[in-house]
Design a protein around this ligand. Structure first.
Ligand SMILES: NC(=O)c1ccc[n+]([C@@H]2O[C@H](COP(=O)([O-])OP(=O)(O)OC[C@H]3O[C@@H](n4cnc5c(N)ncnc54)[C@H](OP(=O)(O)O)[C@@H]3O)[C@@H](O)[C@H]2O)c1
Length: 263
């Protein structure tokens, strides 16, 4: 038996349609490109049109059927329209990656209702609504599917720095568990990816702002691998969770943090 091609087939996504929220930069872009490299048609949903166009070009350069739709995940009608457009243009979504997210660096004492709502709507509620759209479509076709929720190790810790973000991420892990149980009879697997600290725009503050220099030093010292992760170092885990290789895995948290959480 040719074990090389057998294992390649396990991770092969040819003919599959993937939707990646926040797929135009950072971790989402790395995931979108890796899914395309594995053979999937890929749609990215995000707001910045220039970055959407640049990512679309990168996807098409990989021969992927691709789409990039300007979408604000905090705008419910826009999200529903975008999902319908993806299914019309590329076909039924079989892989959903709920990746888009942002943080507000404010403790509870300073946080406004509007800020709290904006974080929860974008990071958690949009993921719930898209999961429901995708799961209904997957269940109706009866061919199973994969949902990957990009949470964070911040979902496991208390923090005074970005509490609304941490709550949204803890909620995402619980969303994963509930969906995993409910959707298992439809052969839909749902798992969380928990990145630690990665080099993206989201971590600019701790990497570059002088007032966080001490926090940066402590963070690096605490990380057994001694550095930030690069976006490409998360992408393989997303391909695994999108592929047949993970068919018996559901409701799990896959931590990719250079060992930060186990110290
Ligand atoms: N980087 C890390 O160290 C780290 C660690 C743990 C978890 N994570 C998680 O990983 C995911 C990706 O983070 P990242 O580091 O790649 O962040 P990033 O570089 O800041 O990218 C965030 C992505 O989300 C999109 N986005 C944000 N708000 C949106 C909205 N309202 N509507 C549509 N798209 C929106 C952005 O696109 P537009 O701005 O164009 O809309 C962008 O594509 C997030 O869920 C984050 O919480 C990251």
């Amino acid at each position: 038996m040719d074990t090389g091609s057998a294992s390649r087939r396990l991770f092969d996504l040819t003919g599959r349609v993937a939707l990646v929220t926040g797929g135009n930069r950072g971790l989402g872009r790395a995931i979108a490109l890796a899914l395309a490299d594995a053979g999937a048609a890929v749609a990215v949903l995000a707001r910045d049109e220039a970055k959407n166009r640049e990512t679309l070009d990168a996807l098409r350069a990989r021969d992927s059927r691709a789409l990039a739709l300007k979408t604000d995940l905090a705008d419910r009608p826009q999200v529903a329209n975008a999902f319908a457009t993806v299914e019309r243009e590329l076909g039924p979504v079989e892989i959903l990656v709920n990746n888009a997210g942002f943080a507000i660096l404010k403790g509870v004492l300073e946080q406004t209702d509007e800020e709290w709502d904006q974080v929860l709507e974008t990071n958690l509620t949009a993921a719930f609504r898209l999961s429901r759209m995708a799961a209904r479509s997957m269940a109706a076709r009866g061919r199973g599917g994969k949902i990957i929720n990009v949470s964070s190790i911040a979902g496991n810790f208390g923090t005074p720095v970005f509490p609304s973000y941490a709550v949204s991420k803890g909620g995402m892990q619980q969303l994963t568990r509930c969906l995993a149980v409910e959707l298992a009879p439809h052969n839909i697997q749902v798992n969380s990816l928990l990145p630690g600290w990665f080099t993206t725009d989201m971590t600019d503050w701790i990497r570059n702002w002088p007032e966080y220099a001490e926090a940066l030093k402590e963070m690096i010292q605490r990380t057994p691998r001694g550095r930030f992760g690069e976006p490409d170092e998360l992408a393989g885990a997303a391909v695994f969770l999108a592929s047949r290789a993970s068919d018996h895995m559901t409701g799990s948290d896959l931590v990719i943090d250079g060992g930060f959480s186990v110290r």
